[in-house]
Design a protein around this ligand. Structure first.
Ligand SMILES: Nc1nc2c(c(=O)[nH]1)N[C@H]1C(S)=C(S)[C@@H](COP(=O)(O)OP(=O)(O)OC[C@H]3O[C@@H](n4cnc5c(=O)[nH]c(N)nc54)[C@H](O)[C@@H]3O)O[C@H]1N2
Ligand SMILES: Nc1nc2c(c(=O)[nH]1)N[C@H]1C(S)=C(S)[C@@H](COP(=O)(O)OP(=O)(O)OC[C@H]3O[C@@H](n4cnc5c(=O)[nH]c(N)nc54)[C@H](O)[C@@H]3O)O[C@H]1N2
Ligand code: SF4
Ligand SMILES: [Mo]
Length: 716
């Protein structure tokens, strides 16, 4: 058979790298960066080859599985659907609608079908117990966007290709390849920034791979970023450096800021954060005097006790220095398919607190509850208790705080169904596993990540392989189950429901044609799906553009600079940090943070030998000073404990860690006998989320606070 070449977008992380895949005799020969992709220009990372490994993985599930007392049994799709629908109906009839919970994991967002059909599927279950990976990740960003710009998905993106100064906090894009900033080839873009005389400054308790390449790096005590940001603002106002510039007309309540930040002098902040007053002043001055500048805060800022306040303050700094909606600052994207506008049409701009979780009273956000509350909702008896779960492309046993408790909770359920490609730590609890066709067997368009990209582009990817006969895509499984659960439609609205009738491509074509670059507005030159198919490398739609005030969803199209809920949360911050009784817990006197690795992807790519080989990466990194205090030698096995549990793993002594802080990667812990992940089981590691604490959250948003979990370390 001749060799064929295929162009696609890698769907594994947010970077959306263009790839060129060659196939011979049905086998992938090479996966390279596609130099003609207008966004990634040839960049890829080692995980791209992981697409081959997932495609060929003998452990990947292909047929529905049913748990029986004699083990897993392959059953037909019809029989599997029947079991799922009957059990969900019975449980909802017996205990009420909310007795069924849903958890949607990260790969849903990288899956066209998951994005298009997921909401309709959830509506068919009609539960208030919706959870997802959002609340262990970016929820604070959504909160800031909703209250400042009127739409939870309207996310400011750093214009890295034009900025003169980039302040990077709690992000490690050299490894993560960027998040809420789709930025393939971050390293090259950073170098270009430096070569044009610009500066990148990293604030992180670990001297990361990104810090290593940046112009400056400062250690910060985990969880204290809000104080640092308040101090930057303090300096900006004390030294008269704030200047709204072109934004003056668009911003409300800017005059309230000086008063709010007054108490946070650099001297006070230095004590709390560990960054000297002099350095805080210098960073504020450099930021303000740069021709253009942008502050960017990601995971490390979101997953902490003041995640919401941090993301608000990041926006405030960009705005009050006149760097918002301006080239080189933070801008909104204007993609070919604009989910922000589409959701706006149906009024889905976001909500907070329409209902609360039953046990702890945590607030709903845009239809979801914080996943830190999931285990207690299953384990606590009473009206409204969750008795059945649906998980879709998620592994919350390894990815959510106090995963061990959730592991136990899942084993208490009366019924569970998992839509997933693997039998893993979470899906092993299911009664039925429905495995979709995945990756290279699916058509792809990044509905979400085009909206977060540092440049506007559009690209449709054809499948490389046909799915096996009889296989179903995620979207088909969700559509079929939704239709079965809803039954034959008797009302005209439901009869017209796109997600009942149309394929993903048909919906996509509609959305592109009606988008701002679509044929609706320019019959000849506009885009439709056919044109995207004819441009397999993707279509360039230009750099980020100013879009205010039209793009705002707030009343009167003004930026709400000082929303009440954040001001109120500053009281909690004050009680935490400006109170001399302080935080220190003598028992648990080290702070735990996480880390990512270039060859991992959350919890689910450890079954690729190519990616997992090369020694145990699941270690606890610790500063030499601390190692001396604890009398530890490199490689020694230690026991790490927190309020909720303990794990054992080797220590890795390295001065890239801030003293007093230890780091463990997440996504490990593949030691269970009853999972089907041969390579991962041979190299299991332990789960950091057996230490993270479901009670440590950002109380404002309900997002998990992974950064700065108090732990203690003992020798074995
Ligand atoms: N301590 C700590 N915990 C963390 C983090 C951290 O930094 N520190 N990071 C958090 C973040 S940012 C995130 S996003 C979450 C991720 O949390 P999750 O989304 O819960 O976990 P993943 O590891 O991404 O699991 C993905 C699941 O999807 C399945 N899958 C893969 N491809 C497909 C597909 O095409 N279809 C279907 N149906 N299933 C598929 C995989 O087999 C796996 O079971 O973890 C969070 N947890
Ligand atoms: N290779 C690889 N790439 C990935 C993933 C992966 O698992 N592996 N996961 C993908 C996903 S789902 C996401 S959401 C993104 C995340 O993308 P990023 O946010 O860029 O990735 P992280 O490595 O989690 O970066 C968080 C940083 O915050 C630091 N940090 C921890 N606590 C604090 C704190 O209190 N203050 C400050 N200032 N910093 C702190 C950590 O040391 C770390 O360097 O990555 C994506 N890309
Ligand atoms: S950086 Fe992300 S999108 Fe690019 S090749 Fe790696 S995993 Fe794929
Ligand atoms: Mo994430």
């Amino acid at each position: 058979m001749p060799q064929t070449t295929h162009y696609r977008t890698c769907h594994l992380c947010e970077a959306m790298c263009g790839v060129e895949i060659t196939v011979e005799d049905g086998v992938i020969k090479t996966i390279k960066g596609d130099k003609k992709d207008p966004l990634s220009q040839g960049h890829i990372c080692p995980k791209a080859m992981g697409m081959k490994d997932i495609h060929e993985d003998p452990d990947r599930l292909k047929k529905p599985l049913k748990r029986t007392k004699d083990g897993w049994e392959e059953i037909s799709w019809e029989a599997a659907y029947e079991e799922v629908v009957t059990n969900i109906r019975q449980i909802q009839e017996k205990y009420g609608q909310n007795a069924v919970g849903i958890y949607k994991g990260n790969p849903n967002v990288h899956n066209l079908g998951g994005q298009l059909y997921g909401a309709n599927f959830s509506r068919a279950i009609k539960t208030k117990n919706n959870f997802s990976a959002t609340s262990v990740d970016q929820l604070p960003h959504h909160l800031a966007s909703l209250f400042m710009f009127g739409h939870y998905l309207l996310t400011p993106i750093p214009d890295i290709d034009h900025t003169d100064y980039m302040l990077i906090m709690g992000a490690n894009p050299m490894v993560s390849n960027g998040s809420l900033m789709t930025v393939p080839g971050f390293g090259q873009r950073l170098r270009a920034l430096q070569q044009r005389g610009g500066k990148a400054v990293v604030i992180d308790p670990r001297k990361t791979e990104t810090a290593d390449k940046a112009s400056e790096h400062f250690f910060i005590r985990p969880g204290t970023d809000a104080v640092f940001l308040l101090a930057l603002l303090n300096v900006l106002y004390a030294e008269n450096l704030a200047n709204l510039d072109k934004l003056a007309e668009l911003v409300t309540n800017a005059e309230l800021i000086p008063n709010l930040v007054q108490a946070y002098t650099p001297e006070i902040a230095a004590n709390i954060t560990g960054i000297t007053a002099e350095n805080i002043r210098q960073i504020a001055r450099d930021f303000a005097s740069a021709k253009s500048a942008v502050a960017y805060g990601r995971m490390g800022l979101s997953t902490q006790a003041f995640g919401g306040v941090c993301q608000w303050l990041i926006n405030v700094i960009n705005i009050v220095t006149g760097n918002f909606d301006q080239p080189g600052g933070a801008l909104f994207t204007t993609p070919a398919i604009d989910v922000v506008t589409l959701l706006g049409f149906v009024g889905a701009t976001g909500n907070l607190g329409r209902w609360k979780s039953r046990v702890r009273g945590l607030p709903e956000f845009s239809g979801e509850l914080p996943v830190a509350a999931l285990a207690e909702e299953i384990l606590t008896e009473g009206e409204g208790q969750i008795k059945a779960m649906v998980t879709i492309a998620g592994n919350p046993v390894l990815s959510t705080p106090n995963g061990k408790q959730l592991d136990k909770a899942f084993s208490d359920l009366e019924f569970m169904v998992a839509i997933d490609i693997y039998l893993n730590e979470t899906t092993r609890h299911a009664n039925i596993i429905l495995p979709p066709a995945t990756g290279l067997e699916s058509e792809h368009y990044d509905l979400i990540f085009h909206s977060f990209a540092v440049r506007n582009t559009a690209k449709f990817s054809q499948r490389v392989f046909d799915p096996e006969p009889g296989a179903k895509h995620d979207w088909e499984i969700m559509r079929d189950l939704a239709n079965l659960l809803k039954g034959e439609p008797d009302n005209p609205k439901e009869q017209k429901n796109l997600f009942r009738r149309l394929s993903p491509e048909a919906i996509l074509d509609l959305a592109i044609r009606r988008g701002r670059f679509g044929t609706k507005f320019n019959k000849e030159k506009g885009l439709n799906l056919q044109k995207l198919r004819a441009n397999p490398h993707g279509v360039d739609l230009g750099p980020l553009q100013s879009s205010l005030p039209n793009r705002l969803f707030t009343k009167g199209k003004k930026i709400q600079l000082v929303p009440d809920l954040f001001v109120k949360d500053l009281e909690r911050l004050k009680a935490t940090y400006l109170n001399p009784e302080g935080q220190i817990n003598d028992d648990f006197n080290l702070y735990l943070i996480g880390r990512r690795h270039l060859r991992s992807n959350n919890s689910w790519m450890h079954n690729s030998y190519r990616l997992i080989k090369g020694g145990n990466r699941c270690t606890m990194q610790m500063n030499p000073q601390d190692a001396e205090t604890y009398q530890l030698a490199n490689g020694q096995q230690v026991k790490v404990s927190s309020r909720v549990g303990s794990i054992e793993l080797p220590v890795e002594i390295t001065d890239i860690m801030m003293p007093g802080v230890v780091s463990i990667p997440h996504g490990w812990g593949h030691h269970h006998q009853d999972i089907r992940l041969k390579e991962a089981q041979a190299n299991p590691g332990v789960s950091i989320n057996d230490l993270t604490d479901e009670l440590l959250i950002d109380e404002l948003s309900g997002n998990a606070a992974f950064s700065g979990v108090p732990v203690k370390v003992e020798t074995l």
